[in-house]
Design a protein around this ligand. Structure first.
Ligand SMILES: [Zn+2]
Ligand SMILES: [Zn+2]
Length: 293
């Protein structure tokens, strides 16, 4: 089975939703069956339906910070999970100042009478948890502080794969090789997808996204609006591209686009970013990126 990671950009707008860009939400699915939602802006349910993804399939939700355009969709999404008869566990990862209100909301709505909800606090400069393992392969979620107007975190999803056999060998030898190592094994590099949430370009973003195969970086403004970007803890197209360059990312996906850029006007951001980091692409709502691991 092909090892693929699929990213669907559910909401690519900045603070204000528009018809073409809902507020923040990114769905990530992998070949192991993991389904992760990064941020939950208010349009997330409609976009999940448009993407033909059932809300009950989401197993992990990671929230970057407490601004409404990243979290206002969460109560409704959990309500739909309850009404849909969800039984499986949901894990929510969020900064502590958001995790506590989420626990209160879960309690008040009695969601746990229907399905278990684990809420994990994010704090400190960085940290990591394993979301799932399958044989020798695993998926981990790590977080890193970003530079925004309030406490905020970016996330990286890292798939670490065990070695594979170069060619078929008889079962006993295969077991020995996989346990003890040796010639005939192919080492597979980890695959990393990083998401900044809202941030100005900064060193901690570069460290957190270091070596990412794919970096989703916020890009609220055009290059000439550096002063506004700095004032509000956001990035310009060129700032996002510089972070991508410094982190050694493979591909940059620009998102969190201000409503001042309607339709094709937003392509200006992509062009500006490409002047610094050629492998930049502007995200649109409901774009699908399928990546081989
Ligand atoms: Zn935002
Ligand atoms: Zn924000």
């Amino acid at each position: 089975m092909a090892r693929q990671v699929e990213l669907i950009t559910l909401g690519t707008g900045a603070a204000l939703p528009s018809l073409e860009r809902q507020t923040a939400g990114y769905l990530v699915r992998d070949w192991m069956g993991n389904v992760v939602l990064l941020d939950a802006g208010e349009g997330v349910q409609q976009r999940l339906r448009q993407a033909d993804v059932s809300p009950t399939k989401v197993e992990f939700i990671a929230i970057t910070h407490g601004h409404g355009d990243h979290i206002n969709g969460l109560p409704g999404l959990l309500g739909t999970m309850q009404l849909s008869g969800r039984k499986s566990k949901l894990t929510i990862v969020a900064p502590k100042y958001i995790a506590d209100p989420i626990r209160e909301m879960v309690e008040a709505n009695k969601f746990e009478q229907q399905f278990p909800v684990e809420v994990i606090d994010v704090s400190g400069d960085e940290g990591s948890i394993v979301l799932s393992t399958q044989g020798r392969d695993s998926l981990a979620l790590s977080w890193f502080r970003v530079c925004h107007s309030i406490e905020a975190y970016g996330y990286s999803l890292t798939w670490t794969l065990g070695p594979r056999l170069e060619s078929p060998v008889e079962p006993l030898e295969a077991r020995r090789l996989l346990q003890e190592g040796g010639e005939g094994l192919k080492v597979i590099r980890p695959f990393k997808l990083s998401y900044t949430g809202d941030t100005s370009p900064c060193d901690s973003v570069v460290r957190g996204a270091s070596g990412a195969n794919v970096l989703i970086h916020e890009c609220t403004f055009e290059a000439s609006m550096q002063a506004e970007a700095s004032q509000y803890g956001h990035s310009t197209s060129v700032g996002a591209a510089q972070d991508a360059l410094r982190s050694g990312a493979g591909k940059l996906i620009l998102s969190h686009v201000s409503t001042r850029y309607e339709g094709y006007e937003a392509l200006q951001l992509e062009q500006e970013a490409r002047s610094v980091f050629p492998n930049s692409i502007l995200a649109w709502d409901l774009a699908r990126f399928v990546m081989n691991v």
